[in-house]
Design a protein around this ligand. Sequence first.
Ligand code: CAA
Length: 292
Amino acid sequence: MSAVTGIENISTILVIGAGTMGRQIAMSAALAGYSTIIQDISADGLTAARTELEGWAASRVAKGKLEQGVADAALEKLGYSTDLDTAAATADFVIEAATERLDIKTSIFEKLGVLAPAHAILATNSSTLGSSKVADATGRPAQVCNMHFFNPALVMKCVEVVRHEATSDSTVETTMELARRLGKEPVLINREVPGFIANRLMGAIQREALFLADQGIASIEDIDTTARTALGHPMGPFALMDMVGLDVIDFIAQATHAETGADEDAPNPRVASLVAEGKLGRKSGVGFYDYS
Ligand code: CAA
């Protein structure tokens, strides 16, 4: 097995998936000076990512929060590709942020094991699938871990670095250091556990919030207000679920429940029925709140 790349040897980062998470993770890497490729099978997805990131950079510059030169340099560092084979061949570090499906992720990691340089670290941004599930497919399990960012990834400081049984120390160290260089405050999770740290904490708050609302004890507005004004949370649990996406919240609950079987992890019927009605939160215009 070849030695893992140290942080000083990382110059090109490949982010797989141009969705909500992937595009902002890629911009964080580009802002930190890394040549960054966003790869997605959808050309439209890549165009949407480019439009959002250029718009984000322009509005930061307009607000005086980013120098024009820094924005231009970061945008120049970003490449967009539908071709995984070519993109993977140049990557020193891969962050996979594709659809949360094991079959899709396994096939990506299998390809990466063949296509990415032998020294490359292969990380997944998954919040529900521990990297042990895809590690063996790569043929280099010691170089595989979770590197889990939070939404919005350009803003949130936390990155959960999760090792599985075979992840090497050098993979962990390089991944933690890369997160720091991206301006993040990484935390290390020594053993895979459903939900890692943040989603377990968030799930507990959401469960209580849904209980209070389902029992008619308080309105969702007042529960959200309490989280903000009594606990100092930047947004209440219902507003947060709408931001993350109710489909994502429901999926996390299903995946966690499938692993733990614990009653408290079971998907909430109210969230499930909103999802069934196509009310997914901010991205669909309606969730717990109406954004139209
Ligand atoms: N993308 C990029 N930047 C954004 C943004 C977005 N979607 N939304 C807000 N921002 C930026 C704004 O530009 C602004 O930047 P400046 O202050 O430098 O100008 C800053 O964030 C604050 O934004 P606002 O003033 O508009 O609003 P706010 O103060 O309410 O902050 C927030 C917005 C950052 C989203 C804040 O409400 C917050 O931290 N909410 C909690 C978010 C959270 O808990 N995320 C974790 C979700 S769970 C998850 O991601 C894990 C998973 O596996 C599902």
